[in-house]
Every structure is written in C-alpha cells, then in structure tokens.
Design a protein around this ligand. Structure first.
Ligand SMILES: Nc1nc2c(ncn2[C@@H]2O[C@H](COP(=O)(O)OP(=O)(O)OP(=O)(O)O)[C@@H](O)[C@H]2O)c(=O)[nH]1
Ligand SMILES: [Mg+2]
Length: 256
C-alpha cells in the first residue's frame, strides 16, 4: 500500500486531501520544469511495471548515446535499494538513486531534492527512472518534457486496456524484450491494437536491450524530443555547444 497517495483508498487519504497533494505536486513540478527547460536539458520520465526493462533500456541507451556525443544523466527510484543507479553509473551514466520507502511512485519533491548537489545541468538528456509500477507514477508530474512507458512482451497484450491511465499519459511506449517473442505466445499485433485503443497519439517502438533491436529508433525518437531544446540554443540536436543554465529553452513543450 502506498502511504503517500493512498492508491485511491479514500479511507486512508480522503479525496480532498489527495487533490491538495496533487496540487502541491503540480507546483513543484512546474518549478522542476523551469529548471530543466532553462538549462536546456530534455527530461524523460521512464515508467513501467517492475522488471519491465527500464534500467536495461537506459543501459542500452548509454551505449548508443556515446556515438552521438550526448551526455546523459539519471535518477533511478525504487523502494529500498540503489541497485539501478549503480548499474547506470557502471554503464557510464552519472546517476543518483532515490529510495522511496513505502511510496510506489516518484513525486516532484523527491526529484527536486535528488537534483541538489548533482550535476544534472551537464546532461543533454536526463532520465528519471520511476518506481516499477504501472499505475501511480502516471498521475504525478515531475517536471519532465516527455513520458515513456516501458512494456515488456512477457506482460501480456492486454496491459494497455487494463492499465489505461499509464498509456493515456505517455508519448511513447517502448515494447521491450522483443528477443523473447519467438519463445512466447504473445501476439504483437494485438498489443499494438490495444495501444491504439488507449493512447491519444499511439506511438511504439519494438526493442531488445539484449540484441540492440530498435535502439536506433529509440535514439531517433529521443533526438526528435531533444531537437526543440537544441534549436532554442542554436546548437545541433546532438551537439555540446549549448550553455547550460542560461535560462532559455523551448516553449510549448510541456505535457500533462
Ligand atoms: N531477454 C531480455 N531480457 C531483458 C531485456 N531487458 C531486460 N531484461 C531482463 O529483465 C530483467 C529486469 O530488467 P531491468 O532492466 O532490471 O527492469 P526494470 O524495469 O528496471 O526493473 P525495476 O527497476 O526493478 O522495476 C533483468 O533480468 C534483465 O536482464 C531484454 O531486452 N531481453
Ligand atoms: Mg530498474
């Protein structure tokens, strides 16, 4: 049970109080967004079920980003360990862990605190790996520019229909562990159909962090998201010529 949001339990957290918590969160998220946009940093909220392959996706991203000359940064959240931040650091991504205790999602304040004393402004792309959970993380704005859901092929084609709040909130779904498809009964056409029914603007990339399938398409999507930030600074989308922290960035790029 999440003690922070109450997971919709009106006895634990009355509706009015929950609305106040969300309103407070919105304020801090706006503040975070101003920081990210002002520093020309593309912040991406990476969400998905426990074990869906979020950290593996970021490890694969580190391998591809090096070739593009991007600098990456990350915070990685789970309830009790710093395992993922260590994995990301080992993959070459400067990372900080956020341990949430009993909370099943990140909120804007937790992210804001993690940014202190951390050189996030150095990054071109900054990933926020959320707590593994297909529900609550979708409700909390963190100040990110883009939302991504990671959905592995082992989870079943109907997940977008069963957990629509997540899939309604994201700009992209990365369908992971595609190397396993030959060993499963999963029907990818059904999965894409379910996404099309739920996502306002359906967009998905099939990927395997293990084989590298789809990583180029994922990097191209990131480059697309990054472009307005680079253009605002008069630098190429993958260049380092931008001066971080100078208070400019793209307008109208905010979501949710
Ligand atoms: N075969 C295969 N296994 C994968 C792939 N990506 C991740 N895995 C495996 O799936 C398991 C979970 O991967 P993680 O990257 O830790 O998943 P996560 O979503 O970050 O997990 P949490 O942070 O705990 O929610 C690990 O055993 C990975 O090796 C993939 O592309 N192919
Ligand atoms: Mg992880």
């Amino acid at each position: 049970m999440c003690q922070t949001c109450g997971c919709g339990d009106a006895a634990l957290v009355p509706v009015e109080l929950h609305e106040r918590i969300l309103a407070e969160n919105e304020k801090t998220a706006r503040h975070n967004r101003e920081h990210f946009v002002g520093a020309g940093v593309l912040a991406v909220n990476v969400m998905g079920s426990p074990g869906s392959g979020k950290t593996a996706l970021l490890e694969a991203t580190a391998r591809g980003a090096a070739a593009k000359g991007w600098r990456l940064g990350a915070v990685s959240a789970d309830l009790a360990t710093d395992h993922d931040a260590r994995r990301l650091a080992a993959a070459g991504i400067p990372s900080r862990s956020i341990t949430t205790g009993q909370a099943c999602h990140l909120d804007a304040e937790l992210v804001h605190r993690a940014l202190h004393d951390f050189p996030w402004r150095e990054a071109d792309v900054f990933f926020i790996e959320n707590v593994g959970n297909l529900v609550c993380p979708a409700i909390y704005d963190l100040g990110q520019a883009a939302n991504v859901a990671v959905l592995s092929v082992t989870e079943g084609e109907d997940k977008p229909l069963k957990y629509p709040v997540m899939f309604q909130a994201v700009d992209l779904v990365v369908v992971t562990k595609c190397d396993l498809v030959p060993h499963l009964d999963v029907d990818l056409a059904k999965l894409h159909d379910a996404l099309a029914r739920v996502m306002p603007a359906p967009r998905a990339i099939e990927l395997s962090a293990k084989t590298g399938q789809g990583v180029d398409a994922w990097l191209a999507w990131l480059e697309e998201q990054r472009a307005p930030f680079a253009a605002a600074e008069g630098a190429p989308a993958h260049g380092h010529g931008h001066g971080h922290g100078r208070g400019h960035g793209p307008g109208g790029h905010e979501h949710g």
